[in-house]
Design a protein around this ligand. Structure first.
Ligand SMILES: [Ca+2]
Length: 225
């Protein structure tokens, strides 16, 4: 019996060892190394610089310049002269102003916002600044793509900024999000397209009812092996 038990243990140990070796090979082959990272574009609009931006308009929010406000609009940022790379990371700080209605499917929405990188959509989502309690809540899809049902202001950086127009000076009516996307990319230039499909058919002034601005954009090129 002792011999049999020893053989069984030995086989088990060999299998275990083989499994662990396979696991190690698989895990190590999945690892990626960051060889280089270069910040190639950064714009918080403090220098009022809108070079290479189509449909640029500048405004001020809380005493700081922002790109916006937009409602039913697209803005396009071209970033030329990229160094050699195989990946690009884009980070956009978006201010969601006033009464966005998230996934609401009526006169007030859905309120879509999207980003395309070189023509490929990397996010298509909704934001909501709605109050949310057990009796009433307009859900949003961010940080996922539409349609998901998440609470208003999910994944926000800051939630208590004042509104811009409809709820100007009222805290909680502008929400700041940092939208970051990493994509495979090797071209010498990058186009970033930001846009919305806001819906509010029961107001004479949709731009005041809900809008968005960009507070900061950063683009980095990376070499990942
Ligand atoms: Ca709306």
């Amino acid at each position: 019996m002792v011999v049999v038990k020893s053989i069984v243990m030995s086989k088990f140990s060999l299998r275990q060892a083989f499994f662990l070796i396979c696991l190690w090979v698989v895990c190590t082959s999945c690892e990626h190394s960051l060889l280089e990272e270069v910040l190639v574009y950064q714009n918080d609009f403090s220098a009022m610089d809108v070079t290479n931006i189509d449909n640029a308009q500048l405004d001020e929010f809380q005493g700081r310049p922002v790109l916006g406000p937009y409602n039913l609009a697209e803005v396009s940022i071209n970033v030329p002269n990229l160094p050699s790379h195989n990946t690009v990371r884009v980070s956009v700080d978006i201010l969601v102003h006033d009464s966005w209605d998230g996934n609401s499917d009526d006169v007030g929405g859905p309120d879509f916002w999207y980003m395309q990188l070189d023509g490929s959509e990397v996010i298509r989502t909704t934001f909501s600044n709605s109050p949310c309690n057990t009796l009433y809540c307009l859900y949003q899809s961010y940080p996922e793509n539409y349609p998901r049902f998440l609470e208003p202001k999910t994944a926000a950086e800051t939630t208590q900024l004042p509104g811009r127009c409809q709820y100007a000076d009222l805290p909680g009516w502008t929400t700041l999000y940092r939208v970051t996307k990493l994509i495979s990319h090797s071209r010498g230039q990058l186009n970033i397209l930001l846009g919305d499909e806001l819906k509010q058919t029961n107001t004479p002034n949709p731009l005041c009812d809900e809008s968005w601005s960009i507070a900061n954009i950063e683009v980095s090129t990376l070499i990942i092996k």
